[in-house]
Design a protein around this ligand. Structure first.
Ligand code: MN
Length: 228
């Protein structure tokens, strides 16, 4: 066994429904602008051009039930509920028809965003790390194995303090899950342990200290957290 010059960081993990065993996270890929009504609310024009991909660090995951500190450096901290795909297989140049066999399961995640920094980065043509890839920016519920989740197509909803903020259908995804997997694998070699955040529907908005956030996806599960 190798020795390390400093204590080796632990691999981040996510809970799995129905077992004590954990899902180890290798990478977190995210797709932007994947629901028409959300593209419009952000001032864009929906079109099936090349999708936008970005990433979060693997250790941005936070388990459901956590209190997440209000992050530094922002005055406009937004929620984006998303279907998350957890991979048990991978590869490069995956065909959409081969994607389903690579999916371990699905979870409910929230792509937390420093919207003010994102807007400033977009305007300046700068990268998105500070607006998307910050600490605790990926709260995620337990993964439901695909064997019981099937191919989720139902409602995706987020409430803040019990008030509905986002309420849409997974069936309105512009790029469907197999297409997203195919596209990402044309740019990076996907591997077991990768998570994919598939984009958020309309209704994104700000969170403040003390907010209680709950997200549900029909047939997949839930996530809940409080802003500290
Ligand atoms: Mn997002």
């Amino acid at each position: 066994m190798s020795e390390f010059v400093i204590p080796a960081p632990q691999s981040p993990t996510v809970a799995v429904e129905g077992t004590e065993a954990r899902f180890p996270v290798r990478r977190i890929y995210c797709i932007g602008r994947n629901y028409e009504a959300h593209v419009r609310e952000m001032g864009g024009t929906p079109e099936r051009s090349t999708p936008i991909f970005f990433a979060k660090p693997a250790d941005a995951v936070v388990p459901s039930g956590s209190t997440i500190p209000y992050p530094p450096g922002t005055a406009n901290f937004h929620h984006e509920i998303e279907l998350v795909v957890a991979l048990k297989g991978g590869g490069a140049d995956i065909a959409p028809e081969d994607a389903a066999g690579l999916i371990f399961g699905y979870a409910v995640g929230v792509d937390l965003t420093r919207r003010d920094l994102q807007a400033a980065s977009a305007k300046a043509g700068q990268p998105w790390e500070s607006s998307k890839g910050f600490d605790n920016s990926a709260p995620i519920g337990a993964i439901r194995p695909a064997a019981s989740a099937g191919d989720p197509q139902g409602a995706i909803r987020l409430t803040v303090n019990g008030e509905t903020r986002q309420d849409a259908l997974l069936s309105s995804l512009i790029w469907k899950v197999p297409e997203i997997i195919a596209q990402i694998s044309s740019l990076w070699t996907l591997q077991p342990g990768d998570l994919i955040f598939t984009g958020t529907p309309e209704g994104v908005g700000p969170l403040v200290r003390g907010d209680k956030v709950e997200g549900q996806i029909e047939g997949v599960g839930s996530v809940a957290f409080t802003i500290g």
